[in-house]
Design a protein around this ligand. Sequence first.
Ligand code: NAD
Length: 484
Amino acid sequence: MADKALTPITVARGDGIGPEIMDATLRILEAGGARLAIEEIEIGEKVYERGISAGIEPSSWESLRRTKVFLKAPITTPQGGGFKSLNVTVRKTLGMFANVRPCLSYSPFIATKHPSMDVVIVRENEEDLYAGIEHQQTDEVVQCLKLLSRPGTEKIVRYAFEYARRYNRKKVTCFTKDNIMKLTDGMFHKVFEEVAAEYSDIENEHWIIDIGAAKLADTPEAFDVIVMPNLYGDILSDVAAQIAGSVGLAGSANIGTEVSMFEAIHGSAPRRAGQNLANPSGLFLGAVQMLVHIGQGDVAEMVHNAWLCTIEDGIHTYDVFEEGVSTQKVGTKEFADAVIERIGRRPQVLKAVTYPATDEPIVIEVAETVAAEKVQVGIDVFLHWKAGKPDDLGHALEATAGSDLKLVMVSNRGQKVYPGGVPETFCTDHWRCRFQSATDGGVVSTSEAIALLGRMHEAGFDFIKTEGLYTFDGVAGYTLGQGQ
Ligand code: NAD
């Protein structure tokens, strides 16, 4: 009967320092009265060594899908090719769209240049350049596709606002580079503005990522919750954790619609393994996020405040120990014991935490996409070509356009080089050739596009890919070439 109150979770002890910091974390949770029914799975090095390239046994997915909560210690990714990142696999397979990383300073007990920093980075976790679609297209050019979806963007932006509302945050900031990536980052920014309009209780702002990142590194107090696409979030969440004090102290939550994963942000630190040296704080703070997520905010509050007391009492592991500030250098086990001894106490100098004792995880619903009227108005044909100057290519291509189409421009690495290029532009062997209807604004049919490719093939051109130029409800779904 008592088991009814327990929340099932899946635990993986990982590699390197993983088992030690997991043991310390679970001991603190148990002492704090966490109501957990733990299922253990094996991930990482041993699984990779058995020839399973994903680093996780097929049977382990059942546990994750059953409990829907994964507390994961870091793993060691074996050197050499053929091994897939377990983290990326788990996140993407189970739709963990949001990576939530609180970056908080613990001044004056942990050295930092930013004593009042308290920022939460909400990073999109599934899309962007992490789709992993990469190709070598010519001798000289490789490409990686940056894919952003409207529902994926809306989900992460809504999550950021809901998170802000739930945890009494005042402002959500969006970072993008939409002055350059007008369609991808442009959509992220646009969706941010649309969603922000529904949360009049929360301040919102947008920064171009470069100056935003500089501001974050210099004046993190200016920010509260920051939401951003995957790659920027990956980089800036490490920067934010480091300037708050130490990457060794940060935990993170990977939130999915069904299954969520909680972990430290650091790796398995193999050189520190088995020596009772490692700081368990990152994993522990990930576990605190887990407790809140599963509706055990009461336990989360108690153990987190005990941890803050330990930090302010100067009881520190070697990585954050500092003469004159710290009072006692302890190992992993002793640090956990010190936290356990302080359960029930609240910090005196550091701000005590309070968590809502709600049972409801944040649920995000995204509107169905309404199909627009999509019309093809052109085609970009990409060529592998190294037989002369841009004008030679342009003239040869004019002859392939036929009567239905016209060659509008040729660009090289995005810069227009025909017609009207200049000799100073550096050109590679990778060309984008834009054809549109011979009639201004006219429709280009699939058969006209195929016929064009046939003529280009006949003329001996090596086309490596095409992209359709479409309008959606009359709005161009493509950008102009630089200088077009
Ligand atoms: P790392 O984070 O393991 O270690 C970086 C440095 O920080 C080392 O000096 C280490 O001793 C120290 N450190 C890290 N965590 C610490 C802790 N809790 N207490 C005290 N000191 C700590 O990064 P790395 O050395 O680049 O990677 C080691 C392995 O971890 C690699 O196999 C890598 O692929 C893997 N990794 C796994 C994850 C994950 O599972 N989420 C994340 C990052 C790296």
